[in-house]
Design a protein around this ligand. Sequence first.
Ligand code: HEM
Ligand SMILES: *[C@@H]1O[C@H](CO)[C@@H](O)[C@H](O)[C@H]1NC(C)=O
Length: 500
Amino acid sequence: MESLLRYLDWTSVGLALLGGLLCLVLLEIFRLNSSRSRNPPGPKPLPFVGNMPQMINDPKGLIRSMPKYGEISSVYLGRDIVLVLNNLPTIKEAFIQNGNVYAGRSSFAILEWVTNGYGILMAEYGNSWRQQRRFALHTLRNFGLGKKTLEERVAEEARFLIKELLKHEGKPFYPIHPIMNAVSNIICSIVFGDRYEYDDKRFAQLLKLINENIQLAGSTVGRIFNMVPFIKHFPGPHQKVWQNANSLKNFIHEAVEEHRKTLDPNNLRDFIDAYIVEMSKQQSNEDSTFHEDNMIMSTSDLFLAGTDTTAATLRWGLIYMMDHPDVQERCHKEIVQVLGFDRSPSMEDRAKLPYTHATIHEIQRCADLVPVVMHQTTQATQLRGYHLPKGTKVMPNITAILADKNHWKHPDTFNPENFLDEKGQLSKSDHFLPFSLGPRVCAGETLAKAELFIFFTSLIQRLKFSWPPGAPRPNMNGIVGLVRSPFPYNTVCHSRDTTH
Ligand code: HEM
Ligand SMILES: *[C@@H]1O[C@H](CO)[C@@H](O)[C@H](O)[C@H]1NC(C)=O
């Protein structure tokens, strides 16, 4: 009798499980088919995992297959559909004309895990995001932007960078650390009121952590985490992301404590001072979002968003200059004609340096630094005949705009003529979208443009870059994490004073 019961139990349990599973799969297939019939076309997804297997096994094949699906396409990240907008009119209709509807940040589990949704970058659309973003923009402006001092700070840092690079004069070397250190020092000046020497070991370690996190979070590690976030309770490479983020938070926390001890409310030195004062000003305000967690995360966001982006763009810039020595020479000649060998550039010089300015635009166009920008709708809406429920993930395909065959004179090659008119003057283009667009447009756009112009112009004014003889060319696809950064490469630089 007992054994019969056991027997019955096992078969019925087994059958029930199997039946349940079958039902789940059938339901999922049904859900997918109905979702696909209502949504824009795209590659065929599998139940539960969507297009993730293709993305992991054959990302290039998937990417190549996408353009055939037209102005709006779709991919499934796990069970969630993502709508991809592939041309400028559609992107503008969404992100400009209905900006607020598309200004949600799509949750990205691995970053949500480490940020808790605090700060700016990963904050959901709402009061906290609005206050933190406005405060950061305002403070970035007050501690330099628009005033002369920040431009001078960048120019000074550029001189330090050139000195550092010249330590390797004539010998092949990998310039990642000095460039990251220089770029990060600009954020440090604004946030901490101080810069770090290029041989500061602790700061070098911090920069490495930031770089590593940007790569890990955007890699397969981040994508898998997004599908099965409960792995946060288990060991694995994602724990590295957590540790790195914590090191950065601790670094900022220590700086905050240091600032508290020496704060003079009548003489604010930097972003952290300004934040501490804002926090106490808003203490009695119940809706205030100025608290410790947001302070640490907003600061961390400025670092994360403001270091690797600009630094990787400059590293792409050196690659394009080494690949196109004629362009490098022409920039150098133009710069020396206007500035001589010694005067540092300022933003006012842009108008007098149209070829150099166009070259920087072209570097940003070809670098296509942030190919994946994920938003979600903040309310239900309609777009080109499709119904988008609240919370639908939407991505402007920035790559498609930066390489639009119908718009650019030379879409597939590096050529500053893309940004020059017949008179040799800079021609602006609304297809130039490296900073994205709409209410969530890069909060550091003005700063980044100043950094790129002053660093690049200073470097090309004083140095000449070339590939080491016989060096293999790096794979130009780059390493795609949250940003697309170049593979490691060596460069050789020479001082212009001796070569010319
Ligand atoms: C070449 C350099 C840079 C590029 C290409 C770049 C690009 C971008 C892009 C594409 C976004 C996403 C916008 C969106 O969601 O639609 C973004 C967001 C952001 N960037 Fe930048 N960025 C650069 C430099 C900087 C710098 C220097 C800072 C620091 C001050 C910064 C701070 C931010 C912040 C805080 C956000 C989040 C904005 C929000 O969610 O409201 N970025 N950036
Ligand atoms: C974005 O556009 C590019 C160029 O047309 C295309 O190769 C790529 O697959 C698109 N990305 C997505 C996610 O659809």
